[in-house]
Design a protein around this ligand. Structure first.
Ligand code: F3S
Length: 406
């Protein structure tokens, strides 16, 4: 790899241990993936924040990087942590876990990483423009950044994203290069798709066909209208089930207009969508003891809708509303928090139902997120009830007497 004189000095340790280590990580990755050089990045999003995933070794690595003088050189934000940093006790998080999680966040804060712990950084001020090179880690956000914003990022790991933050650079390979951003499969949607739940199912249906055909980048035709909320659900699902970091959608993806749809073509019909929905429903409504909305993290419009549905009512099951802290603060100011908390539902800002340490606490999760269903089973062994956004709120409200006697 060609390094500038300045980069060589960073690699030699001129700016301290943490920067040297970061350069070693970036150069090693660049060599593995055949990068010619490093490229400057304007924005970073770091995953590997939950202590549940990091463990002691991960925490030690972060504390060493902080002690080694690491400081973010560009805007850098965090993925969700393992708990709401202000409200962890109400969510049933153990004291010892909270202590370790706090140490993780303090290490990042010492490195001047902005501790908004969210998988939707684009909703809270970390919003790159078209063509910007960035280094993001959360798979749903990577897919959103490449496909909706038109920014350019690979799916970084936790250490490589931190290395990008501390040096302001990343290795130039993969989705940073125009030739790797071309579509290889046309997907024709032959049905109307609406709501976060259906767009999540669509992401699963396409993602599984991509995996089967070894496609990386679909070109999607036939979606006439799609909201931000639907796109974030679709991105999360397509990344989970298809490993996609980029799709082109006519009318959405900035680059799609200049690219033609590829020859190889598949279609998605009603049966495909219904099959994907059926696959994610292995729990009966009576089994549901946990309800969560906010995978990916909720927008303020979604929180407003939850407040509207919960006003004056009482939830009957543990119900987590997961969102970024700044969005929660907006909900506080709008009066939504008061309405939602009066119902017994709980805000779980900074975290989510996947990265929090809740294995063994519940039996079945109701959600509108296809991604949450995947991890609810694979990480926590929960059954899932996969419903539309409003139906999920109604699941939280459904009287317990509907449940069978145990
Ligand atoms: Fe975000 Fe957690 Fe879902 S990180 S995308 S809410 S699994």
């Amino acid at each position: 790899m060609e390094l500038t004189r300045h980069e060589q000095a960073l690699l030699a340790g001129d700016q301290g241990r943490a920067v040297r280590k970061s350069m070693e990580i970036l150069v090693a990755l660049g060599e593995i993936y055949g990068a010619q050089r490093l490229t400057p990045v304007s924005s970073v999003q770091i995953a590997g924040v939950s202590y549940d995933n990091l463990g002691e070794a991960g925490l030690q690595f972060l504390e060493e990087m902080a002690a080694g003088g690491g400081e973010a050189r560009v805007l850098a934000t965090l993925n969700p942590a393992g708990m709401d940093v202000e409200n962890w006790e109400a969510l049933g998080i153990e004291k010892e876990f909270a202590r370790q999680q706090q140490r993780v966040i303090e290490a990042f804060s010492r490195m001047k990483v902005v501790a908004t712990c969210t998988c939707t950084p684009y909703l809270t001020g970390n919003l790159p423009a078209q063509g910007e090179h960035i280094a993001w880690a959360e798979s749903s956000a990577v897919c959103y950044a490449n496909s909706v914003l038109g920014a350019r990022t690979n799916r970084e790991g936790g250490p490589s994203a931190l290395a990008a933050a501390l040096t302001g650079r990343t290795a130039e390979y993969g989705y940073h290069l125009a030739e790797n951003r071309l579509p290889d499969l046309t997907v024709e949607i032959q049905i109307d798709v609406t709501g976060t739940h259906q767009f999540g199912a669509l992401g699963k249906a396409i993602g599984e066909r991509m995996q089967a055909g070894k496609s990386k980048t679909p070109y999607i035709l036939g979606i006439s209208q799609v909201s931000l909320e639907e796109l974030k659900s679709f991105c999360a699902s397509l990344a989970t089930y298809g490993g996609a970091a980029l799709f082109h959608m006519a009318g959405v993806t900035p680059e799609a207009g200049s690219l033609g749809p590829p020859q190889e073509r598949i279609t998605i019909a009603q049966d495909d969508l219904e099959g994907a929905i059926a696959d994610l429903n292995d729990a009966s409504p009576e089994e549901v003891d946990f309800v969560s909305l906010g995978c990916p993290h909720l927008t303020i419009a979604e929180i407003a809708r939850i407040a509207e549905l919960l006003r004056g009512r009482k939830v009957q099951r543990e119900f987590w509303i997961t969102t970024a802290r700044p969005t929660k603060q907006l909900a506080d100011r709008m009066g939504y928090t008061e309405v939602i908390e009066a119902s017994g539902a709980k805000f779980a800002a900074d975290t989510c139902c996947v990265v929090a340490p809740i294995r063994g606490r519940f039996k079945a999760l109701a959600t509108d997120s296809a991604k949450a269903c995947y991890y609810a089973y694979s990480k926590n062994r929960f059954k899932t009830l996969f419903k539309s956004f409003d139906e999920v709120v109604f699941e939280a409200l459904r009287p317990l007497s509907d449940r069978p006697e145990s």
